[in-house]
Design a protein around this ligand. Structure first.
Ligand SMILES: [Zn+2]
Length: 136
């Protein structure tokens, strides 16, 4: 399935560099002890920018909800329809969400509530992206 190829900017560069090393690192705010994703210039909880650092996560989560894209408008994804779009909550901070196509899980068969683990897919030479897979 073709995926969007990330274009790292100054803010997201550490995130994508870690992904290329098969690590999931998120911004951590030392002022309020929260994780956040996607990367932002300041903490979205307490608005502090002074204590944002990068923290490696366990890369574990759960499926909060899921839909199947049957009639999406993204041209490059149309040949793959129907496909899953699941919302993942991160175990270490369930406020942090990711969206996933859940590779390996057929459409309409998503086990909502199940545990998932991060995985990495190459979308261009030398560029990985993070994805999520159901863990047995
Ligand atoms: Zn904060």
């Amino acid at each position: 399935m073709p995926k969007l190829i990330p274009v790292p900017d100054e803010l997201s560069k550490p995130f994508w560099e870690a992904v290329n090393q098969k690590r999931l690192v998120l911004q951590h705010c030392g002022a309020c002890n929260k994780l956040q994703y996607p990367p932002q210039a300041a903490c979205q909880v307490c608005n502090s920018a002074a204590q944002l650092t990068w923290k490696e996560t366990q890369g574990r989560g759960h499926i909060a909800t899921s839909i199947v894209i049957e009639d999406g408008r993204l041209n490059r994804r149309m040949p793959d329809q129907p496909y899953n779009l699941a919302m993942i909550t991160l175990d270490e901070d369930p406020r942090v969400n990711f969206y996933s196509n859940l590779p390996g899980t057929p459409p309409y068969k998503v086990p909502v509530g199940a545990a998932v683990a991060v995985t990495f897919e190459e979308v261009a030479p030398g560029q990985l992206i993070h994805e999520w897979q159901v863990v047995a």
